[in-house]
Design a binder for this molecule. Structure first.
Ligand code: ARG
Length: 259
């Protein structure tokens, strides 16, 4: 009996010793071997923005941005991990380094450029106005004194707040909620990017997009100002993927040319 206790003690000690050795070994291995191991790039997005990023029936984030990011990472030999977050949090997350880049149908603006670097642009967007089919709002000029719904922190939010005053702008966590508010009559219109606008109008009855466009903009990925190496790598890969038609194929897969 006493001998078996001793045996157990010895065994436990051995295991502990081995575990200790192992951890130490693992740490050194991972630092010296880091070049051989595939590195992961974490992309932040806000997956409420079809067809650029949205969650499919299996809970996977898909869309133009996810596929372009995957193609860029494949080319550069990185694993891609996608993190879904509030649109508002993306630039702070890039700055804090909790994500390596943000790709979210994000418009390049001078103000954002003060906080992050942008890659070359891979797509364009247009801010459009969604209204109810029988709305009195006919053009952008009719927006004055109307209640406007926007996704918080987006360029639609920023432009409308500047042009029509904060008191006329209702911010929502995502475009779908802004559109729900329009359907419920809490706002008179929604200002949002044209492609998600089409998806939202298709998903709801009684809505339409005004013919007049509000603002045209460029989409790009945002990278930390402290990570110039990644910016250069990303742009290199993106350039090749644009040149060989990969980016266009991805875009065309999600956006069917208007009939
Ligand atoms: N293009 C607009 C902006 O940059 C809206 C982007 C919203 N993107 C999203 N994934 N929810 O402000």
């Amino acid at each position: 009996m006493r001998r078996s206790i001793a045996l157990v003690v010895v065994l436990v000690l051995c295991v502990a010793l081995l575990a200790g050795c192992n951890t130490g070994k693992e740490e050194t291995t991972s630092t010296t071997d880091s070049k051989a191991a595939t590195k992961t790039l974490v992309m932040g997005t806000n997956a409420t923005f079809p067809p650029y990023e949205y969650v499919d029936d299996n809970g996977t984030i898909i869309g133009i941005d996810a596929e372009i990011a995957k193609a860029v990472c494949d080319k550069l030999g990185y694993e891609l991990q996608i993190k879904d977050m509030e649109f508002d949090s993306l630039i702070p997350a890039v700055q804090a380094g909790s994500i390596d880049f943000a790709m979210a149908g994000m418009t390049v603006t001078d103000e954002r450029k003060e906080s992050v670097d942008f890659t070359d642009s891979y797509a364009t967007g247009v801010q459009v106005v969604i209204v109810k089919e029988d709305s009195a709002i006919k053009t952008v000029d009719d927006l004055k004194d109307k209640k406007i719904g926007v996704q918080s922190g987006t360029t639609g939010d920023i432009y409308c707040t500047d042009d029509y005053g904060q008191e006329n702008v209702n911010q929502y966590a995502n475009g779908a909620l802004a559109v729900a508010a329009l359907v419920n009559g809490q706002v008179d219109c929604v200002v949002i990017d044209n492609e998600p606008a089409k998806a939202y109008v298709a998903a709801n009855t009684g809505l339409k997009i005004l013919e007049t466009e509000y603002v045209t903009e460029d989409y790009a990925a945002a990278i930390s100002k402290d990570n110039n190496a990644l910016l250069t790598e990303f742009n290199g890969a993106l350039k090749e993927l644009i040149a060989d038609g990969t980016v266009k194929t991805i875009v065309d897969k999600y956006i069917k040319a208007d009939a």
